[in-house]
Design a protein around this ligand. Structure first.
Ligand code: PXL
Length: 275
């Protein structure tokens, strides 16, 4: 049993089943000590709610990091998601570069866009900052939209394997050559994930249940991180995270009142079984 200390850096959306409220329970269920650095506090996530509050925590980060350094605290895994500001990306890069143990695994989920569009608070300057985070990551975990914004390639709704390979090669140039690309589907009722390593693509295809469930990217990234830190290979972890995410969506799809996230909690025993 590998019990690791993981730091995850992303926002607290108080309501909405995403970011830290998803990462913390999932990483705990995977059997890891989970430390958090909240990037911002929001009343809800920003996809579908209007009038949400947003409190950026950028200013707090240097003092938190300095205290950890004074205490000699280091992390065996660092996993970043939705961040609070462009300036914060620089602070997070420094944390990735200095706060890991010798063999720490660093996973960056860009978490700034989906379905061809940036999330509300982000802009081109943020995307440019996010590019600078790539060389500090061991594994980059974008969806197709984020991969397009980062690499500068055109976003397409329909594509073939050649386009995906080109996209991954263009992304790898930014400095992280191990990429797990999510939401890759070559036919309407299928989706899947591509694991790209040493220029080679390996594809795990599974059924697509419904389009655009909120928070599934965070569910996927958290389960993937938990599985990798449990010593699974990248492909095994990618598959476990996909099967778990599908189970979460299946848990939720027959409840129209639950539009803002997925019921990931009742599927946690399945994740533990898959591990
Ligand atoms: O799930 C990604 C995410 C995280 N945090 C906040 C969001 C979103 C997606 O919209 O709004 C605040």
């Amino acid at each position: 049993m590998s019990y690791k200390r993981i730091l995850t850096i992303q926002d607290i959306s108080c309501v909405g089943q995403c970011s830290l409220t998803v990462a913390l329970p999932i990483l705990s269920a995977c059997g890891h000590e989970t430390c958090i650095l909240p990037s911002a506090v929001l009343s809800t996530h920003t996809a579908g709610f209007s009038g949400f509050t947003f409190h950026d925590l950028t200013e707090d980060i240097p003092a938190i990091q300095a205290h950890w350094q004074k205490e000699g605290i280091q992390f065996e895994g660092i996993y970043t998601g939705y961040l609070g500001s462009t300036q914060q990306v620089g602070y997070v890069k420094n944390i990735l570069d200095t706060m890991g143990t010798e063999n720490a695994v660093k996973i960056v989920d860009p978490a700034f866009a989906d379905n061809g569009k940036l999330y509300p608070i982000f802009n081109d300057e943020y995307v440019a900052a996010m590019r600078t985070l790539c060389p500090s990551a061991d594994i980059l975990l974008p969806n197709i939209t984020e991969a397009c914004f980062l690499s500068g390639m055109e976003y397409k709704e329909a594509y073939d394997e050649r386009y995906i390979k080109e996209l991954l090669a263009a992304l790898a140039v930014l400095g992280c050559s191990t990429i797990v690309l999510t939401g890759v589907g070559y036919s309407p009722d299928k989706t899947g994930v591509v694991v790209y390593q040493n220029g080679e693509m390996k594809y795990y295809e599974h059924k697509r249940i419904s389009k655009g469930c909120h928070g599934t990217g965070d569910v996927y990234a958290s389960a993937f991180t938990g599985a990798v830190l449990r010593g699974k290979t990248l492909f095994e972890a990618a598959k476990i995270a996909a099967d778990y995410t599908v189970a979460c969506i299946e848990n939720t799809q027959d409840d129209p009142t639950h539009w803002y996230g997925v019921k990931f909690e009742t599927a946690l025993p399945k994740l533990m079984e898959l591990l």
